[in-house]
Design a protein around this ligand. Sequence first.
Ligand code: GRF
Length: 317
Amino acid sequence: MAKARIAVLISGRGSNMAALVYAAKQPDCPFEIILVAANDPDAAGLAFAAAENIPTFAQSHKGMKRAEFDAILDTEIRKAKADYVVLAGYMRLLSPEFVGKWEGRMLNIHPSLLPKYKGLDTHERALEAGDVVAGCSVHLVTAELDDGPVLAQTEVAVMAGDTPDSLAARVLIAEHQTYSRALAAYVTRELDPAWMLEQVRQRAMALPGVEERTSHGSPGFSIIGSKFFALFSQYHHGSERIALLVKTSGPEEQSMLIEQDDDLYYLPPYYGPSGWIGIRLDLGQTDWEHIAGWLQKSWLICAPAKLGKSFDIAADF
Ligand code: GRF
């Protein structure tokens, strides 16, 4: 699978960005840093990135409207063909337009154990509260500040005599470990069979009158009391492929699909003769709308006429 392309946004020192750059040098790292952008042309991290031959972009946001500045950033990030945006000490609130465009594909690191201490002065606040553990969190960015779903956290023990600075220095070590791991796990989540099954499940169960049950050990979805219309196939009959099996109208359609795209579609051993087609889910770029469409089509092929009609009505609404 191609490495995920990461644009990192910084405002200053950039030590988390540096940790990501070094992590990406490991041959098996699933991401690469393809752009470092800053809203301050003097950000120290820019020189580091340039020394590492990473393309940089810097422009001061001063005197510009937030949305206007963010649109420039967005253009640069897209020009660099980034798949994800990673905030690493980016000290500027992002506009809702920008956040919306990168929803689910933008991560941040925050120096506290969220949901505790959103915003600034996290270490000071942890010490004032008498906390015995502090730490850091990696989370997805949503419209609310430091509020998105947490992907990973590392706890850091508070030591006697800690000051905000001494605590920050230790939390930073934890940040450098946590960010690259959380990012690697996130960009490869689509290769996790459990994640794939969950995507199929959500779409299959959204159809009317559907239940989940197993078929020869594979998770499957059937119309209640009737036929299976979808099967989740993982290492089935020794196959390495992870795929969704759905019903076609018959051999003609099966051949047509395989002719169309023989990477994506295949004839599942033992199931082929009864009209099933395999659609690979493990190629790293699954189009989930397309999968939802197939589930619906297969459901319609398998549904008793009466139920099928009710679905047409439901679909009209
Ligand atoms: C880090 O503590 C990070 O958690 C916070 O800002 C700081 C940035 O440090 N968001 P650096 O620029 O990565 O060295």
